[in-house]
Design a protein around this ligand. Structure first.
Ligand code: ASP
Length: 310
């Protein structure tokens, strides 16, 4: 298992992002690795500039996740995987550490930026979670950007879907499919934490399956008293172990550091090859850990830290 915690004094601002965890990184050529690296670097810079200029952690999280949703290399928005029926169903969640306000959407089919819709659920409704047709209808009412299913599809995802269908004849290999979900955690100059996650789910998923990404406390969580967390991997494992909230609880009730709390989940709860976690505490200390061969990830802070790795 890879472990990556950095202890720092309280920082003005900090940001970490991920682009999914899994085994895909083992098969990337040099040129592809460079492309991922460049994209992570650009997106990190984008998020950092929001915080540098005094923007909110929520704003930075949405900006980063939107950019990754538009990048076909990642399994969120444009470039999402296909489900069993060959359709794209998207999930997202965002959470505000100031007051635990949160918004989530699942199984949306027409929204270019699901993270934006999740934020509108948080700010424009009295609810926290909208799913399926209702969520798409809410998007129409909010007059946000809508797209056809074709918009989400890429040649690469189509090939992956066809291969998976042929090889598995419907029985997904859970350890080979999870890669490319995106997420971000941030601390702003006002000391507020936020977290967001967006995904196209898992290749060949069916029966109305929803993973952990949009589930508050499982794949996404933020609380100014403890931490901000975004997870990626086999959603079922992250829901079972209520991973994001458990990290917060370990910090609150057992006084673990953010790195210790994340390590505890990997050592004691999550089976091998479950996925990865990015988490940040109220000082801007960042933990980025995974128990898969790789995780696309990047982090930056006001002390000059810049880290990009796959
Ligand atoms: N956690 C996501 C899900 O289960 C997939 C991923 O992170 O790659 O839907």
């Amino acid at each position: 298992m890879n472990s990556g915690e950095t202890e720092v004094d309280r920082l003005d601002y900090a940001l970490a992002l991920h682009g999914g965890a899994g085994s895909e990184t083992l098969f990337l050529g040099r040129a592809e690795k460079q492309q991922y690296h460049a994209c992570l670097a650009d997106t990190l810079k984008l998020g950092k500039s929001v915080l540098e200029q005094g923007g909110s952690s929520l704003g930075a999280v949405e900006t980063v996740v939107r950019a990754l949703e538009d990048d076909p290399k990642f399994n969120a928005g444009h470039g999402s995987v296909l489900n069993y029926d060959g359709n794209h169903v998207l999930d997202a969640c965002i959470m505000d550490g100031r007051n635990r306000a949160c918004g989530a959407v699942a199984a949306v089919t027409t929204v270019r930026h699901p993270i934006h819709l999740a934020r509108l659920v948080m700010t424009e409704t009295e609810h926290v979670f909208l799913v399926g047709d209702g969520a798409d209808q809410f998007a129409r009412e909010m007059r946000i950007e809508l797209v056809d299913q074709d918009f989400f599809r890429t040649e690469r995802r189509l090939r992956g879907w066809q291969r998976a269908l042929n090889e598995a004849q419907g029985a997904e290999d859970e350890n080979s499919q999870h890669m490319g979900t995106v997420g971000c955690v941030a601390l702003d100059r006002d000391g507020n934490l936020a977290a967001g996650t967006s995904t196209g789910g898992r290749t060949l998923q069916r029966f109305g399956r929803v993973g952990d990404s949009p589930v508050v406390g499982a794949g996404t969580f933020a609380d100014n008293n403890t931490c901000a967390v975004s997870c990626t991997g086999v959603g079922e494992r992250f829901i079972q172990h209520v991973v994001a909230y458990d990290i917060s609880a370990l910090m609150e009730y057992r006084q673990l550091t953010v790195g210790q709390a994340v390590s505890h989940l990997f050592k004691s709860k999550l089976p091998a090859d479950s996925g990865g976690i990015i988490a940040m505490d109220t000082c801007g200390s960042i933990a980025m850990q995974f128990n898969t061969p790789g995780m696309y990830r990047a982090a930056a802070d006001s002390a000059g830290r810049v880290e990009i790795d796959i």
